[in-house]
Each structure stands twice: as structure tokens, then as C-alpha cells.
Design a protein around this ligand. Structure first.
Ligand code: HEM
Length: 409
């Protein structure tokens, strides 16, 4: 076909693509979306792939089964080729049963096992428990007294405790789940430390799974055990992935949402005055903030794929910028405006297609319950420092968020 362009296109864009405004994706993304929604992208390891920035293209790529979730072939010099890191990977419990690392048919099998638990209706059953948990945490924050760091006092504990309750383990077990992720994300960790953290998690989760096999409870782990033949390693991987996928994301959304609302008090006051706005506001905040940044999950073409006249060759990586897609003016008019009354449905903050966030209804419920309770309990809440002084995560980090958020009332 003569109209099909080869994959050797114009000069690649380099990562990181840097933000210049705390809430807006990098301006470069909007320029790219306008010029060419599919452009070449150079990853930090030097490998060149593709970047999709429009809403339409993002969704098409994410539903296209010719793209695999498996990482690109390891480029020359990539650390995964070293024996040491391979050993760490072998010891990694979350590699088994972790949806985000799997293609069909394993992905379909493991996702189906949990899908019934994550429907809107079943997740709705968590409302009363979440309201209690959020109320208790607000009591603790109030006792601590104004001012507090909202991240430590509320945003960090709530999602961890909520997932522990879902899995049917005590809230005090949070650290067992947090540790392997913390160690693997810390660039200073040695291979031995990573292996030790992974092995500790294995031992801990083995005990939990044995107890649940012997005495099932009314929780997700017991349900998956009862309805599947998953091995202990797969069950441990499934539990750890739910925790790691659902913890930091929700922490970031809670803290960043509050910063966006308090940064312009009219919005906070609007929510306090009209609680019926909360559910829609959560949807709009998810769209506007899109915390899963560019460079996050990259797909790999399993065969040559033509997209609007350009060929992504078999073996090439393609990254979808969810933040650029959610600011596409052809889908969301005046996209850079945070408009709490907007209909933001259809946003892709939870991804799209086969890997769309499994916990999306749980995350929504947590955010709705938390925001509603915060506006009721602390209508006078305000930032305790100028918003420019709030320390933000760097643009290259996988998730966007704030390190701390001092608030007063
Ligand atoms: C996948 C975002 C909360 C569990 C994803 C993906 C996104 C996302 C964008 C898709 C990644 C991709 O396609 O490559 C978010 C955001 C959250 C959130 C913004 C909070 C506001 C949660 C919670 C849970 C969870 C609370 C669990 C309780 C998962 C799982 C996957 C996933 C298991 C992998 C699904 C699969 O591969 O089939 N999430 N998430 N997430 N999320 Fe979430």
C-alpha cells in the first residue's frame, strides 16, 4: 500500500517529558497530539518505539489484541540481562498471578477469577466498612490537631487499610505488603535486599494462605481460594499485586485531589455546599489529574500493525499517554479546565481494554467516601503552605503525586 508510511519516521521524542505546571501534563504532549498523535519515542535505555497521545488512538491501541503487555526485547546493556537481576526476578512473588504482567490466556483466567468480586454491585457492599474506616482516620487526624501532613495522616493509611480489609488480613499487616514494593522501587536497594524482602513476603503470605485454606472468611482471598486451583505462589502474587496496584495510586489520587481543590478554595467551597457534586467531581479529578504518567505501561507489537497509515513493526514498543488522551479537546472541550460539574465519563485514567483497572469501582468508592467525609468534617480545611511549596513527584516517575501536603483547619 503506497499510503502506508514506514516505521522510520521523524526524530524521536526523548523521555522524560517534563511537566511545567503541577496539574497539567507536559505541554510537549499537547503539541505532539496536534502534530502527530503517533510519533517516535526514545526510551531511557535508548530503544526507540512509539508514543500515542490522542484519545481515539489511545483507546484503539489499548483494545488491540496485536499488542502484548510483555516488555520490549531487552535492549543492549539493559540490566535484566544480568544474572543478578534475573535471580531477583525469580524470587519475586508478584510475577506469578500478576495481571499486569500477563497476556491471554493466563490473563483471562486470573482476571476472571477476581472479576465477580470487583463488580459495581459487590464493591458497593464495602461502603459501610469504608465509611467507618475513613471516619476513624478522620478522628485520628482531628486528635493530632491542626496543622497536619494530609499524606501521612490520611491519604497513605486509608487505601492500605482498605485493601487489607478486602483481602481479609489485619490492617497491621500492611507493612508486609508495603515492604517488597518499597525495596524494589528504592534505587539504593541491593539484589540481596530485594531477594530477602521477596522471601519474607513469601513466608508471610504462605502463612496467611494456609490459614485461609483452613478457615475461610468473608474476603477476596478466601473467595479466590474456594473457586480456583491457584497455587500458593499465584495467590500470593495476586494479593501482592492488588495491594501494590491499589495502594500508591489511591494515595496519590487522594492527596493530589485535595491539593487541586484547596488550591482554588472556590472549588472546595462548591463541594462543601453541594455534596451531590462529589461523585461527578471524583470522575473529573480522575480525568484532570490522570496520575499514571507517560512512560508507564508500554505494549509490544506482536506483528506489524498499521495505525492511520503508519506501521508499528513487530517487536516495537508503543506507549500510550493516558494524560494526553484525557486532555484531548476532541473528547473533552476546554480540557485543561477542572470543572467539577463536567460529565467526565469515558476518561481513560483507569486505562482501557483488557487491562483496564480491575479495582476501578473500589478506587472510585474510596475517593467518593473520603471526599464526602472530608468536606463534612473539615469545611474550613486549607493549605498550610503556599501551593507552589508543596513538593511534587518528578515527571519521570511512574505515578504522579505529592510527597507531603500540609493542611490546617
Ligand atoms: C490496572 C489506574 C486503583 C488494581 C490499572 C491501570 C491503570 C490503573 C491506568 C491499567 C494499566 C495498563 O493498562 O497498563 C488506577 C488508578 C487508581 C487505581 C488511577 C486509583 C485512583 C486500583 C485499586 C486496585 C487496582 C484500588 C485494587 C484494589 C489494579 C489491577 C490492575 C490495574 C489488579 C491490573 C489489571 C489487568 O492487568 O488486568 N490501574 N488504579 N487499582 N489496577 Fe488500578
Amino acid at each position: 500500500m503506497s499510503s502506508v508510511r514506514s516505521s522510520a519516521g521523524s526524530a524521536p521524542v526523548d523521555l522524560p517529558i517534563t511537566r511545567t505546571h503541577p496539574f497539567d501534563p507536559a505541554p510537549q504532549l499537547a503539541a505532539l497530539r496536534e502534530e502527530s498523535p503517533l510519533c517516535r519515542l526514545r526510551y531511557p535505555d535508548g530503544h526507540v518505539g512509539w508514543l500515542a497521545t490522542s484519545y481515539d488512538l489511545a483507546r484503539r491501541v489499548l483494545v488491540d489484541s496485536r499488542f502484548s503487555i510483555k516488555p520490549m526485547r531487552p535492549p543492549v546493556g539493559d540490566p535484566v540481562t544480568t544474572a543478578e537481576v534475573q535471580e531477583v526476578e525469580r524470587a519475586q512473588p508478584e510475577a506469578e498471578g500478576a495481571l499486569i504482567l500477563l497476556d491471554p490466556p493466563q490473563h483471562t483466567k486470573i482476571r476472571r477469577l477476581q472479576a465477580a468480586y470487583f463488580t459495581v454491585q459487590r464493591i458497593g457492599e464495602h461502603r459501610a466498612g469504608l465509611e467507618r474506616l475513613v471516619g476513624d482516620q478522620l478522628d485520628a487526624m482531628e486528635r493530632q490537631g491542626s496543622p497536619v501532613d494530609f499524606v501521612r495522616a490520611f491519604a497513605a493509611p486509608v487505601p492500605g487499610l482498605a485493601i487489607c480489609a478486602m483481602l481479609g488480613v489485619p490492617g497491621s499487616d500492611r507493612e508486609h505488603f508495603e515492604r517488597p514494593t518499597q525495596v524494589s522501587e528504592d534505587p539504593r536497594s541491593t539484589a540481596e535486599e530485594q531477594i530477602a524482602a521477596n522471601n519474607e513476603f513469601r513466608a508471610y503470605s504462605h502463612g496467611v494462605i494456609q490459614r485461609k485454606r483452613a478457615e475461610p472468611g468473608d474476603d477476596l482471598l478466601s473467595e479466590v481460594i474456594a473457586t480456583s486451583d491457584l497455587s500458593d505462589a499465584e495467590l500470593a502474587g495476586l494479593a501482592l499485586q492488588l495491594f501494590s496496584a491499589g495502594h500508591e495510586t489511591t494515595v496519590s489520587m487522594l492527596a493530589l485531589s485535595l491539593l487541586a481543590l484547596l488550591g482554588d478554595r472556590r472549588r472546595w467551597e462548591q463541594l462543601c455546599a453541594d455534596p451531590s457534586l462529589v461523585d461527578g467531581a471524583v470522575e473529573e479529578l480522575l480525568r484532570y489529574l490522570t496520575i499514571v504518567q507517560v512512560g508507564a505501561f508500554t505494549r509490544t507489537a506482536t506483528e506489524d500493525v498499521e495505525l492511520d497509515g503508519t506501521v508499528v513493526k513487530a517487536g516495537e514498543g508503543i506507549t500510550v499517554s493516558l494524560s494526553a488522551a484525557n486532555r484531548d479537546p476532541s473528547k473533552f472541550p476546554d480540557p485543561d479546565l477542572l470543572d467539577l460539574a463536567r460529565d467526565a465519563s469515558g476518561h481513560v485514567a483507569f486505562g482501557h481494554g483488557r487491562h483496564i483497572c480491575l479495582g476501578q469501582h473500589f478506587a472510585r468508592l474510596e475517593l467518593q467516601v473520603a471526599l464526602a467525609a472530608l468536606t463534612r468534617r473539615f469545611p474550613t480545611l486549607r493549605l498550610a503552605v503556599p501551593s507552589e511549596e508543596v513538593p511534587m513527584y518528578p515527571s519521570e516517575q511512574f505515578l504522579y503525586g505529592v510527597h507531603e501536603l500540609p493542611v490546617a483547619w
